[in-house]
Ligand binder design. Sequence first.
Ligand code: HEC
Ligand code: HEC
Length: 230
Amino acid sequence: MWLFHRGAVLLATALFSSGLIAEETMTVELTFTPDLNNGRNVYETCASCHLPEGWGSSDGAYPQIAGQHQQVLLKQLLDIRDGHRENSIMYPFVQERTIGGYQSLVDVVTYITRMPMHPRHKQGPFSDFSDEYKQGEQLYQKHCASCHGAEGGGNDKTRTPKLYGQHYPYVLRQIDLIRKELRSVDPVMKGGVDQLSPEELMMIVNYVSWIEVPEGEKAPSANWRNTDFY
Ligand code: HEC
Ligand code: HEC
């Protein structure tokens, strides 16, 4: 194994207790100690689509998942598994009968969060010196940075995804789904997206794709391979 981990992961899961009068939502926090060997074994199922490196595809059909925040991955997987997030391609592969219960989810997200990111993900068409890039930067700082961070690093605790490093066409597609209400997200974020035109959103997504992935989070080269699988 090329990665090591000690420590516990919190998983907050919403349960619904139907009382006599009203339905109450209650959050239960469960603590797990990740098992990276099992994480690797579960990841074998994912690797057929997301590749052994977790880098996805530059046409955006498959997202890069390597290096995403642990709590973000956990939420995404639970949402897909429970049908709160539409993903029919992946749906059968995240069910309990396929990969196991909460412990396995914690194992696989811990494995994925530690994978180095693609050093050359697909970027948008407008590089640093263009007007589109500069406008995208301003709009990003105004409408997105408060949650996703000035550098696009997201936030593990608030389950806000890291945006840098993601393939440009994938983010563009996600934003389009969010705009058309085909994918639910934080209502504040939705409100912000609704204020922007498709062109402005495109410039934001272009800008985000040009944010540098921090050195320590990238694989040494595009030829790097995950030796757990070769
Ligand atoms: C049959 C192919 C397939 C398999 C197997 C698969 N996925 Fe996916 N996954 C996808 C596709 C396609 C998407 C993007 C769907 C979309 O466009 O919204 C996706 C999206 C995701 C996302 C959301 C990423 C983001 O930032 O939006 C995560 C996380 C993820 N997959 C993790 C996993 C894990 C973990 C496994 C294994 C347990 C797995 N996937 C197995 C095809 C697959
Ligand atoms: C109020 C906080 C907030 C603001 C402002 C915000 N976001 Fe988000 N964003 C989130 C959260 C939280 C999620 C995770 C949603 C989920 O999976 O339930 C998210 C998800 C996303 C995703 C989806 C990633 C994926 O594949 O799951 C993209 C892309 C994104 N945001 C881009 C943006 C852009 C671009 C802006 C500015 C126009 C923006 N966000 C503004 C909080 C915010």
